[in-house]
Design a protein around this ligand. Structure first.
Ligand code: CP
Ligand code: NVA
Length: 308
């Protein structure tokens, strides 16, 4: 069966653990090498990844492009608007055509139903580079980052503050698969889709909503936030005001465990969801987290192409 990576549950906990272990090994094996040089085993030599962007991207675009190069393959990067897709060719037809020419497809789009449609018609793996619903590739990098910094995932306490968005959905999904707990503080009206918490709780994770940012941060191992206004959303003044009590400040970080880690998928809106003193502070892992997009995406590609 074609291995699509639309959400973390497509892989499952064991495969996620295997991908993280592979990423740690590959990262160590090429330490200090020029970034464009292929890994010694070049496991995806001869393979081509097509990428479609219907939304802006820096990290996802560059990490996947460098990932496929380091694995020995090549990439084609396309903006949706300059493809026939942008003139109305269907995703189904696009998927069928690309499947005849490339080995895997990564797409960043809005409606998650679009990526599901693409996966339905593609005969090569389709990877979710972010939809309005989820961002599983980001969370692969986040898991890798906190593990590298000594967090044991099972039983760890994660605190999410801010918007109940696509990134939170994937954090909650990961909690069920990797056995950690998530407390999230979001304002009324900005809650995440409850389906993710239902599934995570079935797998034994504790997923808790609180309106009290301090209670959310208290005793956390990992504190996470993201932009209050995601791509494609209206810049609503009311939303910013509602989010303000959930801003990650030094006072809030002080309530977490003394060695708590701070994550942000970036791009950040400093002074909105997080203050400079936290995002640039000693507990922030954001640059490792950004770099780990590359290492994690390599393992996602290897898993999707049946090499892991
Ligand atoms: N974190 C993330 O997905 O960044 P980009 O939007 O730059 O790809
Ligand atoms: N929630 C953000 C993540 C950006 C990487 C968005 O969807 O815009």
């Amino acid at each position: 069966m074609t291995r699509h990576f639309l959400n973390l549950s497509n892989a499952g906990g064991d495969a996620i653990a295997a991908m993280i272990a592979d990423a740690i090994d590959r990262k160590a094996a090429r330490a200090g090498w020029p970034k464009g040089k292929a890994d010694a085993d070049a496991p995806l030599a001869g393979h081509t990844l097509a990428m479609i962007f219907e939304k802006s991207s820096t990290r996802t675009r560059v990490s996947f492009d460098m990932a496929i190069r380091q694995l020995g393959g090549t990439s084609i990067v396309m903006d949706g608007g300059s493809m026939q897709l942008g003139r109305g060719e269907t995703l189904a037809d696009t998927a069928r055509v690309l499947s005849r020419m490339v080995d895997a497809i990564m797409i960043r789009t809005d409606d998650h139903a679009k990526i599901e449609e693409m996966a339905h018609y593609a005969t090569v793996p389709v990877i979710n580079g972010l939809t309005d619903l989820s961002h599983p590739c980001q969370i692969m990098a986040d898991l890798l980052t906190v593990i590298e910094h000594g967090v044991a995932l099972p039983g760890s306490e994660w605190a999410w503050l801010g918007d109940g968005n696509n990134v939170l959905h994937s954090v909650i999904e990961a909690a069920g698969l990797m056995k950690f707990n998530v407390r999230f503080g979001v304002p009324q009206g900005y809650e995440p889709d409850p389906r993710f918490a239902v599934e995570a709780e079935k797998l034994g994770a504790k997923i808790t909503l609180s309106r009290d940012a301090q209670a959310v941060a208290k005793g956390a191992d990992v504190v996470v936030t993201d932009t209050w206004i995601s791509m494609g959303q209206e810049h609503v003044h009311n939303k910013l005001a509602a989010m303000m009590p959930y801003q990650v400040t030094e006072d809030l970080m002080a309530l977490a465990k003394p060695d708590a880690k701070f994550l942000h998928c970036l791009p950040a809106h400093r002074g909105e969801e997080v203050v400079d003193a936290v995002i640039d502070g000693p507990q922030s892992l954001i640059w490792d987290e950004a770099e780990n997009r590359l290492h994690a995406q390599k393992s996602v590609l290897l898993w999707a192409l049946g090499k892991l």
